[in-house]
Design a binder for this molecule. Structure first.
Ligand SMILES: [Fe+2]
Ligand SMILES: [Fe+2]
Length: 333
């Protein structure tokens, strides 16, 4: 799912002294970026570019697999066989997204074990949206509609990211995210059109709880996102946090009208002069509180990942033993 367009790590100090050779390589790299060229894993790249990408791609990968948890909570309680099959397929897609992204991060020289260790020890971040609870079945639909919808806005520009293995992974991810968004909208639409009064109220309640956290998925305002400018220069990021958030609001307000739900923002209104919807202020104190570990489900989500890792140890050991055996047999043949 889901970069949060958030870069909480401090800007690393650039080396004051560089060798002439390194300066030459960096100049060539910058020129390629300026030409719009893609960078491959085997190409020379500045250390800061590599670290920025490892941080972003791994944060993204972690978000995909943590994102499986809130929805996984509803697999056994999906209202129909059809909805259960769709939900299972969606959750499985998210696991696949994690896989492509861990593989993309590994091309930069950091092992999957290192990446997962950073997640399990709490050092690495994932998108804070998954630290909110899924209280009713309508939450599953709203996650598809709003959370996957916000993820698509964030991720489409990443298909043109300057680092080619990440860009290639994102092309497939985006196709699948589009199905996720539509299935969420469809589930809500059925409840709004064919459901009972109580079901419609359940949808509205879920929208009220998820709207603001969805807007936070685009990360802090551009003015509070000091590392964004470097990522834009390097072609890792193509559109700013605030511009993406505005695109999301503009698209979603129209979809909310079709659904027949209201969005919980009294200041939301069309601004003719700007050609965009204006919207109210985001509660950044809540955003930073949840990023800092104090959301409703932070501990539960991390514990679920740690438990899955520990309980899966025998599977990894068996797979490695099998691979070794195959290799020994192949060498003996
Ligand atoms: Fe995903
Ligand atoms: Fe998704």
């Amino acid at each position: 799912m889901y970069t949060q367009a958030m870069d909480t790590a401090p800007q690393e100090a650039r080396k004051a002294v560089r060798s002439a050779e390194e300066a030459e390589l960096e100049a060539r790299f910058e020129a390629r970026i300026d030409d719009g060229a893609f960078i491959e894993a085997k190409d020379w790249m500045p250390e800061h570019y590599r670290k920025t990408l490892v941080r972003q791609i791994s944060q993204h990968a972690h978000s995909e697999i943590v994102g499986m948890l809130p929805e996984g909570n509803w697999v056994t309680r999906a209202p129909t066989l059809k909805r259960k099959a769709i939900l299972l397929a969606k959750i499985q897609d998210e696991g696949g997204h994690g896989l492509y992204l861990y593989a993309a991060a590994e091309t930069l020289g950091t092992s999957r074990d290192q990446l997962l260790d950073a997640l399990h020890s709490g050092k690495a971040k994932y998108s804070s949206i998954f630290n909110y609870p899924t209280l009713t079945w309508a939450d599953v639909g709203v996650i598809g509609w709003l959370v996957d919808g916000a993820a698509i806005m964030n991720q489409i520009p990443l298909c043109r990211c300057s680092y080619a293995p990440y860009a290639r992974a994102m092309i497939r991810v985006c196709k699948e995210e589009s199905f996720h968004q539509r299935q969420g909208f469809d589930a809500l639409n059925v409840m709004m059109r064919e459901g009972t009064e109580a079901q419609r109220a359940m949808v509205q309640d879920a929208v009220n709880r998820w709207w603001w956290p969805s807007l936070m998925m685009f990360g802090p305002h551009d003015s509070d996102s000091p590392n964004s400018a470097q990522s834009m220069r390097w072609g890792i990021k193509r559109i700013s946090n605030d511009d993406l958030r505005q695109k999301f609001v503009d698209a979603t307000v129209e979809q909310a009208k079709v659904l027949g739900v209201s969005l919980p923002d009294p200041l939301l209104q069309w601004n003719e002069a700007r050609g965009h919807y204006d919207f109210g202020p985001i509660d950044w104190a809540e955003f930073w509180r949840v990023v800092g570990g104090e959301g409703a489900c932070n501990r539960e989500r991390l514990q679920a990942r740690v438990d899955a890792w520990e309980e899966g140890a025998w599977v990894r050991e068996a797979a490695l033993a099998h691979a070794r055996k195959q290799q020994t047999q192949a060498e003996a043949a």
